[in-house]
Design a protein around this ligand. Sequence first.
Ligand SMILES: Cc1cc2nc3c(=O)[nH]c(=O)nc-3n(C[C@H](O)[C@H](O)[C@H](O)COP(=O)(O)OP(=O)(O)OC[C@H]3O[C@@H](n4cnc5c(N)ncnc54)[C@H](O)[C@@H]3O)c2cc1C
Length: 375
Amino acid sequence: MDFILSGESKMMVKAARDFARQEIDPIIGKIEKEDAIPEDIWQKFAKAQMLGIMIPKEYGGIGSSALNVIFILEELAKTGSAAAFLVALSNSVSETIYHWGSEALRERFIPPLCNGSGYATMAFTEPATGSDPTAITTTAKPDGDYYVLNGTKRFISYGHKKGYGVFYAKDETERVTAFLVDKSSDGYTWSKPWSLMGLAGQGLVDIFLKDVKVPKENILGDKGRGFHILLRWIAGERVQQMAFMVGMGQECLNEALKFAKERMVRGRPMTAMQGFQWMLAEMHASIEASRWWTYRVASKQDQGDDITVDSAALKLFVVPTIQEVARKALQIHGSYGYCKDYKIERLYRMIASPGVTAGSTEIQKTLVGSALARS
Ligand SMILES: Cc1cc2nc3c(=O)[nH]c(=O)nc-3n(C[C@H](O)[C@H](O)[C@H](O)COP(=O)(O)OP(=O)(O)OC[C@H]3O[C@@H](n4cnc5c(N)ncnc54)[C@H](O)[C@@H]3O)c2cc1C
């Protein structure tokens, strides 16, 4: 890749920035208070062409690149809102259905995810595990033209919202298969949302599957090969998550700089003190390194490369790097940084999540280390 944004990418960045300022920033307080994202925002996302970005036009998308998804997410992330996470989820689930699904599945399941009328879900985690695919206990038993799903899925983002989800279950051969589940099916119920440290409005629920009938044609990819689908999806999700980190990290720096310029310490603004200049410089360098590596892995994804190991190494680097940026930004704010009136407080809480979601940091180390050992 070269390091110059195309005209199309520049336009998308600007559109995402304007959207963030006009549509998300004004309702952040409401989202935090009600722990819910207003539903009409999804039609707005759809209208602004931020859903189905990688999906060809005939299924309702705009046929653009993984890199452009990254640019958009980076901008949306600066709002410090879970809405950016959910846009990432919608894009990655629709792309997964497009990549692995039959023509009939593409036609039925993708357009609602692109036009904002259906909400995407990816359900792997269970009460006993989020890291070990062999330990999942949700079952799928064949019954005529259907599979019957039973089990509990834990921590499922937007599992309670109408639409469709990719659910992983053990089939009759004890292998993991991916099923496309209509969330309005009989026997599909959910818990009240978990109360989270950050990410207000994420809508994280447990899903209870009680004899949920799924047509056999709703198997995504090949039967028994669900783990491959999960691995490919989660690799793309990791890169999107890191774009989210880069955007939030940049906003931490912006907030810290704004504060340090205004705050007087011993008669001078904090920015006049070398110690704080050094902190700001380290933050800037950390964000730039994270940003360009994220772009690099996304562009490899666009070239069709397997990014399993690259995305794991990226996450291994970016998560602690941006968490340290957030810590410094809070420190620069002094006690004000610990107050909810300041944006840094929310960013700090949100930045804590990627180390324990979509594959923990330890799992990334195992992925990268074992690949190196095999090489
Ligand atoms: C905001 C949020 C959104 C989420 N959204 C979704 C979603 O939409 N869909 C979904 O399916 N899940 C979702 N999750 C769940 C999340 O992805 C899992 O919780 C996560 O993958 C970790 O799984 P776990 O909590 O079961 O930890 P465990 O797998 O029980 O791990 C516990 C600890 O042990 C470590 N560990 C585990 N195995 C190993 C190993 N082999 N070697 C070394 N260390 C190991 C882990 O790193 C971790 O530190 C979400 C969670 C949150 C908080």
